[in-house]
Ligand binder design. Structure first.
Ligand code: ASP
Length: 428
């Protein structure tokens, strides 16, 4: 019976369309909202429950599978190169879009007043710089959590990853039986986690329907009114990065058709879209990259948990676009130096942003503080943040999977070579 259902990504896509329709039709039904909230939370919890054991076991098995210590350094350097390149391109796309369409200017006037901002252009221009650097230092502090159990409890991914890297590295240096024991143990835990992920994903269509249905019912169209141009600019820039820039990079650097990869990653992208959380999507992206793209567990187990935590193309693009939009709305003409500062801060803070819903808002506040804009500007974009969060999270996750394929290729692997039909195979 189950085998007669369409492939999982189609089921999720159908659920998405039905959810949008249901969200609009039932937006004043308290019962629909309550049921959708409950089912959505249940699905999110199931994914969140997997995060800690999955990160730890995937990093461990990756480290224990890597042939030599030098491989760790090489993978790390390649990942860093990918993050730098793809994030910089994303930020540039966002910046060009906002500078071209000027969503913060309405009829030649700063949109601040129309949008209900309190501070006047003159007040804003006088503001002094905020203490943004302490927030950036915070990223480094989070890499070494004082208590690893506490980090796990709070799903502090960066700290967990650093500890797992260290543990895995020294476990792989053990000799003989001790090393084999570690290898077998972590490999076992990892495979169990993948099986549970596959089980959870069987319920993805229901989870997606509930999460998206509730969001659409709560947000509606009204919120978009004055922010429509900003919304369009960010959505357009995200789509440009997703459909043009990243596929081109996958083609050139990974030797794989970008659209084939996009199609194969659909379950991960749709999960990212509905959960707005790269961290919660990690189980699905790992599964897609291994089973559908054929990337080895050691490469994907290293690249994806790190990528889900520090590589955020969509987030960096959004941060930069939001900061420039808010500056325009206040009538502030940003100098080239300030625009450069925005770009650098968007790059840096996107690394520190957690893979959870609306996490970028904090980073945007940091950037606004650094260029001297009042934090009330963040309130301006709240109305459209939820939907844009869904879109940027999908771009974040797609960027990670592209990195995995490109890095795998650099390691001598041949993604998509083993099973030519893998892109359309259902993984559940
Ligand atoms: N929700 C995003 C993610 O999980 C982070 C953000 O930009 O708010 O990737």
């Amino acid at each position: 019976m189950l085998s007669r259902l369409p492939a999982l990504h189609w089921q999720i896509a159908i659920a998405l369309v039905l959810a949008i329709a249901a969200g609009f039709l039932l937006d004043d039904s308290a019962t629909f909202l309550a049921v959708a909230d409950f089912l959505g939370e249940l699905f999110l919890n199931a994914l969140r429950m997997l995060i800690v054991p999955l990160i730890v076991s995937s990093m461990m098995q990756a480290m224990l599978n890597l042939p030599a210590a030098s491989a760790v350094g090489r993978l790390g350097a390649r990942l860093l190169g990918w993050i730098g390149l793809s994030t910089l391109l994303a930020v540039i796309v966002g910046m060009l879009m906002i500078n071209t369409f000027q969503p913060g200017v309405i009829d030649g006037q700063p949109a601040g007043e129309t949008l209900g901002l309190d501070a006047s252009t003159a007040q804003v221009t006088e503001r002094v710089e905020g203490a943004a650097t302490s927030d950036i230092a915070d990223i480094f502090l989070r890499m070494l959590p004082p208590n690893i159990v506490g980090a796990a409890v709070e799903t502090q991914m960066l700290g967990l990853i650093v500890f797992s890297l260290l543990f895995g590295f020294f476990a792989s240096r053990l000799r003989g039986e001790l090393r084999d024991q570690q290898y077998r143990f972590w490999q076992g835990v990892y495979e169990i986690m993948l099986q549970i992920t596959a089980l959870v994903m069987r319920f993805a269509p229901i989870g997606v329907f509930a999460l998206v249905g509730a969001t659409v019912a709560k947000t509606g169209w009204e919120a978009f009114g004055p922010l429509l141009v900003f919304f369009g600019c960010v959505a357009g820039a995200l789509l440009l990065h997703l459909l043009v820039v990243l596929p081109a990079l996958v083609r050139v650097l990974g030797g794989v058709s970008g659209f084939r990869h996009l199609q194969a990653m659909m379950p991960a992208l749709l999960t990212a879209f509905s959960t707005s959380s790269s961290a919660a999507t990690l189980p699905v992206s790992l599964d897609c990259v291994q089973r559908r793209a054929g990337v080895s567990p050691s490469t994907s187990g290293f690249v994806l948990p790190l990528g889900a935590t520090v590589n955020m193309n969509g987030t960096a693009l959004y941060e930069c676009a939001a900061a420039l939009f808010i500056a325009q709305a206040y009538g502030l003409d940003l100098s080239l130096a300030s625009q450069f500062l925005v770009v650098m801060l968007a790059l840096l803070t996107s690394v520190g942003v957690a893979g959870v819903p609306s996490a970028s808002l904090v980073a945007i506040a940091v950037i606004l503080g650094a260029i001297g804009l009042p934090l009330e500007g963040v309130g301006l974009i709240l109305a459209v943040d939820r939907i844009l969060d869904m879109m940027r999270t999908a771009v974040n996750v797609y960027g990670d999977t592209c990195g995995a394929v490109i890095i795998a290729r650099g390691e001598g692997e041949s993604p998509y070579a083993a099973d030519p039909d893998s892109a359309s195979a259902d993984h559940a």
